[in-house]
Design a protein around this ligand. Structure first.
Ligand code: SF4
Ligand code: SF4
Length: 475
């Protein structure tokens, strides 16, 4: 199925574009210079686990004194402690193909870049990549595809099935998420049948003039087709969707408002917000062909992530290896729920013998080059519990981000014990002796906090079973 411009009709009432540029600009202007009391009131509302309105989000955006910014960050940290517990879910991206018909000014894979080697992994190559990832202990992948007629719904569905079928030793992939081009409703239905997890499509920028400027040609240059894409996914039954903005294309304040507006839209129409929000940030690079005045400083970036945490307390937040380990460590404290580890975005990169990634062949630059083992070790040292948990999706506990937020004890009853069980699997199957020791020390410390004796004995029983060779046990 080839996606042609004739398919750009937006047939359903619900799928009307919902971003009003002037409304966002007007709210940002109206809430300029908020009082301290007002900012504190908004933080307090969020700490009561209430999603913020556009106006309230804008009040936090416009809080500019050091004192208030620190309070916003502290609020995000408190919320993390109250809602998210200490587990961090780990995943890896896997690029399936970098053919692309679009010309996005900011992307190394744009069609006009003829110096890029265009590759689509065949079945055998895909299996090899997955085996290499399983060898490191990964259990969750996000498959990434360029936008090209070759990557039609059948192709995507087939590659998902291939990935699920790869089993090596105790290795298996238990959840496959997708980052690919928008499809029509029928296309999303086809992909859904392959039992994908989240379908992720980032709007890149919610500011239409900037969008039109940076998306020069190709299907992606149609703002509305992309904006309404995850509505079509919802119509097709994919209720687990991920949104995101590429920070640095336009004013970060506007993009934060765009993301929150997108969340509001989903809640109003589908009664469930997006599963995750991502916030990749453009880094300054000599080849970057855009107006660089909107590149986001570390200071603003940490502030905006804290604001997003407060604005949508129940939505998972993904922080990728585009950011340095220093920034990742700081922002992790604001309630990030997922990070990638051991990331390689070069085509076929997970089996590449070379230590150096070929920069010309990457979509963007990775700034956290630590291996999965190194990241796990650091998480353990900082008292986070690395998790490969996929339990909810497989037992039909959907909307789990909402449960995390709304059901007291959800983290304690599910996320944390499942994180511990997947961590024991990792320690038994993949960890070096030193990490194994550190990992079990950390787990023993966490176990002390379980006061419910009945539950604790169930958990201990399952830990023993995993140590003896059983796999994939969860609550
Ligand atoms: Fe193609 Fe995506 Fe890159 Fe745009 S961002 S050029 S659609 S790969
Ligand atoms: Fe995610 Fe559910 Fe596992 Fe918690 S228990 S980490 S919500 S899959």
């Amino acid at each position: 199925m080839i996606y042609t411009p004739e398919k750009y009709s937006i047939p359903d009432e619900k799928m009307k574009p919902f971003i009003d540029k002037n409304e966002i600009l007007e709210i940002l202007k109206r809430t300029e210079s908020p009082t301290k009391e007002l900012v504190r009131e908004v933080i307090k509302k969020s700490l009561n686990k209430k999603r913020l309105s556009l106006e309230e989000t804008s009040i936090l955006i416009n809080a500019n004194s050091e004192e208030l910014i620190n309070e916003i960050k502290q609020g995000a940290k408190t919320l993390k402690e109250q809602v998210y517990g200490q587990r961090i879910v780990l995943f890896a991206p896997l690029y399936v193909g970098n053919l692309c018909i679009n010309n996005c000014k900011y992307c190394g894979y744009k069609a006009s870049n003829t110096s890029v080697k265009r590759v689509t992994l065949n079945e055998k190559e895909l299996i090899k990549q997955v085996e290499a990832l399983e060898d490191t202990g990964q259990k969750r992948l996000i498959l990434v595809y360029g936008e090209h007629p070759k990557y039609d719904p059948e192709f995507i569905a087939k590659s998902v099935k291939t990935v699920y079928n790869v089993k090596k030793g105790n290795g298996e992939i238990r959840r496959v998420n997708i980052n690919a081009a928008p499809l029509d409703i029928e296309g999303f239905r086809t992909v859904k049948k392959s039992e994908i997890g989240t379908y992720q499509i980032f709007q890149e920028t919610y500011h239409i003039d900037t969008y039109n400027d940076v998306h020069i040609s190709g299907i992606k240059s149609n703002f509305d087709w992309r904006l309404t894409s995850l509505d079509r996914a919802q119509e097709a039954g994919i209720d687990d969707v991920g949104i995101g903005a590429l920070f640095g294309l336009y004013d970060w304040r506007f993009e934060v408002m765009g993301l929150v507006r997108h969340v509001n839209h989903f809640e109003a129409v589908y009664k469930v917000g997006p599963h995750t929000i991502s916030f990749p940030r453009l880094q300054n690079a000599s080849g970057l062909d855009i107006d660089k005045k909107h590149l986001v400083s570390d200071k603003d970036f940490t502030k905006l992530v804290a604001i997003l945490r407060l604005a949508v307390p129940y939505t998972g937040m993904i922080l990728t290896a585009r950011e340095s380990s220093k920034i990742r460590d700081e922002i992790m404290e604001f309630g990030i729920s997922q990070i990638d580890g051991g990331t390689n975005i070069e085509m076929g990169g997970y089996t590449n013998e070379s230590e150096e990634q070929e920069l010309d062949n990457e979509q963007f630059q990775i700034n956290d080059n630590r291996s999965l083992g190194e990241i796990i070790e650091e998480l353990v040292e900082k008292e986070h519990i690395p998790s490969f948990c996929t339990a909810c999706y497989r037992v039909g506990r959907t909307g789990e981000h909402f449960m995390e937020f709304s059901v007291p004890g959800f983290i304690k009853s599910y996320c944390q014990p499942n994180a511990i069980l997947t961590m024991v699997e990792y320690l038994e199957d993949y960890a070096k002796p030193e990490l194994k020791e550190k990992g079990y020390n950390m787990i023993n410390k966490k176990l002390i906090n379980y006061t419910d004796k009945k539950f604790k004995s169930k958990l201990l029983e399952r830990i023993e079973k995993v140590k003896k060779g059983e796999r994939d046990l969860y609550f």
